[in-house]
Design a protein around this ligand. Structure first.
Ligand code: S6P
Ligand code: ZN
Length: 201
């Protein structure tokens, strides 16, 4: 193999940042977003609980810190999400969930702290729930919508390595949701079928 030397024009300087696996804080952080109960009004199932929560204090469900490592030849990015423990109604806190619109926009999720599930679903309804604990790493292609659910007593923190320009499609999730929801029954997580998928194969 021949060694290749990049010219100064081709070379892009490496970038290093710090990530606290417990708090999910990254430094530097280019952008931070907070998602509250009202932002998830189309995702959680219990509309009365959503209304009560929004009228009370519309609390935070999760936050995401992003850092895109944009270079002339790469759009790789890091996103670190921290999902607080808790429920809305009896449904555990979770991310909205989305597909990527670019067919080659795969993603890797790394669980850093907390416990829960990664829900994966294809557009034609294949469904998988991956149990998650610190150290679990899951790769999925753009064919899979992805949502993380925190079923534990502590914050669930995970890092996402993905393509900044991969495109986000929330519409199928708003329309029909995932095939199963995770609810708290007698203090423990239980999977229940989503009625909008009833009768589907
Ligand atoms: C981006 C990646 C994550 C999520 C974040 C919030 O492709 O999957 O950074 O944006 O976990 O999830 P959501 O579903 O609210 O965008
Ligand atoms: Zn994604």
């Amino acid at each position: 193999m021949t060694a290749t030397t990049l010219s100064s024009e081709q070379a892009t300087a490496p970038v290093t940042l710090s990530l606290d696996p417990v708090t999910g804080v990254i430094d530097p952080c280019a952008k931070r977003e907070v998602r509250r109960v009202s932002d998830l009004a189309q995702m959680f199932g219990d509309t009365d609980a959503i209304r009560r929560e929004v009228e009370a204090d519309d609390r935070m469900v999760y936050e995401v810190q992003y850092h895109p490592f944009l270079t002339p030849d790469s759009d790789l990015a890091l996103g670190v999400s921290r999902i607080l423990p808790g429920v809305v109604g009896d449904e555990y806190h979770m991310t909205k969930g989305h597909f990527h619109t670019q067919p080659d926009a795969a993603e890797i999720y790394h669980c850093l702290a907390g416990t829960g599930y990664l829900l994966l679903q294809s557009r034609d309804g294949m469904f998988e729930a991956v149990p998650w604990r610190p150290g679990t790493v899951t790769h999925f292609s753009a064919a899979w919508a992805h949502r993380v659910v925190n079923t534990g007593p502590d914050d669930l923190v995970f890092a996402a390595s993905y393509h900044w320009n991969g495109g986000l499609d929330y519409a199928p999730i708003i329309e029909r949701g995932f095939r199963q929801r995770i609810v708290r029954r007698d203090g423990a997580p239980v999977f229940v079928d989503e009625p909008r998928w009833a009768g589907a194969r």
